[in-house]
Design a protein around this ligand. Sequence first.
Ligand code: 13P
Length: 253
Amino acid sequence: MTNKLKYFVGNWKMFGSFSSLKNIYRIHRFCVKFNKARKKNKIILCVPNTLIYFFTKKFRSKIISIGAQNCHHHQTKGSFTGSVNAKMLKNVGAKYIILGHSESRHEGDTNQLIKKKIKSALNQQLYVIFCIGETYSEKIRKKTFSVLKNQLKSSMDKKINLNNIIIAYEPVWSIGTGKIPKIDSLRNIFRFIKNEFKKNLKTKTSPPVLYGGSVNDKNITKFTSILEIDGFLIGGASRSSKKFIDIIKNYYK
Ligand code: 13P
């Protein structure tokens, strides 16, 4: 186990209400104690847009940051019914934003559109959690590496601010299914992503890379042997403060 900062990111998806604030308080109370005694963790909760302002006004913390889950690619105001851009999310207090999630890709986000969104979020100094991952059919056709390579290459501008990017590897077949990749193959994928990023952007360092897909308090211990994993993007289990806290605790056991 290294001493490096680890990210535990919750993606609440289309769940949560004002009363979920109590979950955030619980996670915060736990982290204040835990981080003092043990490790450095960064907690990010990506919540529905309707809750961002409420949470960030009620709650200030260096340990927990609030993020959004997607945005419109347009940088300025416009006639885009039902849409919200990165600037608006920044204005209500978001610090992070998930982009390229497979559920958003499923709704029509292409690599080109994601590229525009990343650019507009970075222009607002938001931290971008950029999701990549192969589908089940791509996996069985042994296309994982070429899919990841293409997603990385076609959605990221060479001139982006590298300090504000986090990558999340989320195999689509693992999201919400209880299935996780084999540890050896996951290690290779993480090495591949980090090398590919450095090659594309001609840099010596890679941004943090997170794993996402069916992470829970039981299987989290399986990931500890992969030093290349800088943290986790957690869906279902992040909506319960107990499960989320147990994931962090068990990771360090
Ligand atoms: P689950 O943890 O529910 O599989 O979801 C993962 C995810 O989509 C996080 O972005």
